[in-house]
Design a protein around this ligand. Sequence first.
Ligand code: ADP
Ligand code: ZN
Length: 219
Amino acid sequence: MAERLIVVLLGKQGAGKGTQCSALSAQYGIPHVSTGDILRAAVRDGTELGVQVKAVMEAGDLVGDDLVVALVKERFAQPDAARGALLDGFPRTLAQARALDAMLGDERVSLCVNLDVPTSLVVERLSKRRVCQECGAVFRADDPAGVSGTCEKCGGDLIQRSDDQPDAITTRLDAYERDTAPLLDYYRERELLVTVNGDQSVEAVGADVSSALRTRGLL
Ligand code: ADP
Ligand code: ZN
């Protein structure tokens, strides 16, 4: 079997990790694994896990490493993960990065793509972000779907995430600087880090990410 493609997307909240992962996933048939999406689905469905993490998530704080690592392990056991994974929102602490490496055993992370965007831009993006309650598609408050409040893909209702409120945005960006930014060095030291300018059109960012993967012989 060919080596699995395991790509870690790093970047601040609102950098565009989810958007790029869903485009890449459609293009290359590799599952998009978003720990945020998995956790939000659990909250929405009111599962035991959801009840446990709801308040932490709404405040914009991080869920415990053990819990998230267990979720990813479970996700990796699904059949579609035999093709690889586009990891969005995981790992986001050094402990999670080490746990991922341990989980992969002889395999390695193929590449870590850092979507680089200035903080002022992500604050603006997050406060204008509207998401579909049903399918998770993302829109802006001032695009037609955002104005109408209806998802263009599935007709679901668009909402503002409770952690996209100003106080929670600040908490999340602080958590990024404190817990996640050190991962840049972790992957840089392993010669796995590529930085892409995230302040471009969705298509241009996608083209840069694909070209980074191709340069490394991963596509
Ligand atoms: P964002 O990156 O925009 O904050 P996500 O959808 O990735 O949004 O995550 C939303 C929330 O889910 C986080 O603020 C955190 O509470 C929780 N979460 C997601 N992934 C992880 C993780 N790997 N470790 C700890 N908490 C996580
Ligand atoms: Zn939808």
